[in-house]
Design a protein around this ligand. Sequence first.
Ligand code: URA
Length: 237
Amino acid sequence: MRLIRLIANLGYGSQRDVKAMIKAGRVTLADGTVLDDGARAAHHEIQVDGEPLDPAPGLVLMLHKPEDYTCSTSDPGRIVYELLPERFMRRNPVVAPVGRLDRDSSGLLLLTDDGPLSHRITSPKRHVPKTYEVTLARPLNGEEGAIFAAGTLMLRSETTPLAPAELVVTGPQTARITITEGRYHQVKRMFAAVGNHVERLHRAAIGGLSLGDLPEGRWRCLTPDEIALVLGSSGCP
Ligand code: URA
């Protein structure tokens, strides 16, 4: 791909802007060699204003989403893109959240520009497990685990029961729940169905990938091994 298109697609500006950047000698190799649009260079060798280019397409990153940020590109409130380099919102293909986390939920959010990968992670057929830490308004009564594990719980206005989910009680009003679907407000609605209310919801893991010690509000790119951990070995192609 020509340099202008490559750099414009990474969100550095319009093709016209990038043409001007190249003309001004701002696009170089690490040794300072100025590149023109016809130059052939590997992605990792190219620099803009002395800084390495943003990651190539095929980007997969994890963000520790704080509460009060929306998984959207436009919202009157705060949006998760504010926590990423500004250019990421302008990339082509676009970097988009893999599934959603509610505005008032926190924790592990994946974002990628790889549409087929995003689909594989969120596809109901894959049953990729997602683990959440919940804080409840009322004490657990001890029956929730069996109800969630039964695979018969029907949520209001739905026509098929939920797949079995695993509940680990971690305190009188706290628990860890692992679900393999991604229905609308699923965890909150599950606890509402058993007469409780979720006060705080934090996603700790997707598949075999945990948030680890990534600080709140920070992000980092995933390695190929970590991406494989997300998908696990569900047996689906
Ligand atoms: N379930 C919910 O209710 N909310 C989320 O953000 C994720 C799962």
